[in-house]
Design a protein around this ligand. Structure first.
Ligand code: RB5
Length: 162
């Protein structure tokens, strides 16, 4: 099955989104581009971050990538939606391990922080990784999901494994 990747960016990430979109298509991914479709210095990152997060939460895309200037705003917005686990990763270890251990389904990038080639490496690490399914990772994910659905009443106990 071809992986469908939702992409979104505000003006801060606009040109990096265009570069990643073409590159992802060359790599054989299906790209769902949720804007911005034109460079508008007055646009707002929550609009595009929410569009990508909704697409991932609704299953319209298996993974999402959101780009803003720093990646911070994108990550804040994406993590507001149930079913979305977004990570701001500017190193390949986190981009891969965020999926393997934490089951992130959205990668946030800051186009004012990293260059195109590192962005491609990060995206590759993110898209090629799979959730490990290990018992401790599933247990922690269940705790995250309980907090998501019940607030801090859903908080469980501490574990001591890595
Ligand atoms: C836009 O100038 C900038 O604030 C935004 O792209 C992002 O960095 C927010 O986190």
């Amino acid at each position: 099955m071809t992986l469908r990747v939702a992409l979104g960016a505000d003006h801060g990430g606009f040109s990096l989104k265009a570069e990643l979109s073409s590159w992802l298509k060359e790599q054989g991914y299906e790209v769902l581009d949720l804007g911005a479709y034109a460079l508008d210095p007055a646009d707002d990152y929550p609009d595009f971050a929410a569009a990508v997060a909704r697409a991932v939460a609704a299953g319209e895309a298996q993974r999402g990538i959101i780009i803003c200037g720093s990646g911070v705003g994108a990550c804040i917005v994406a993590n507001k939606l149930a079913g979305v686990r977004a990570g701001l990763c500017h190193d390949t270890y986190s981009a891969r391990q965020g999926v393997e251990h934490d089951d992130i389904n959205v990668l946030c990038l800051g186009a004012r922080i990293i260059g195109v080639e590192l962005a491609k490496e990060l995206v590759s690490a993110f898209l090629n990784a799979r959730f490990s399914g290990a018992e401790r990772h599933r247990r922690r994910l269940q705790k995250v999901l309980a907090i998501e659905s019940k607030g801090l009443e859903g908080q469980g106990t501490k574990g001591d494994e890595s």
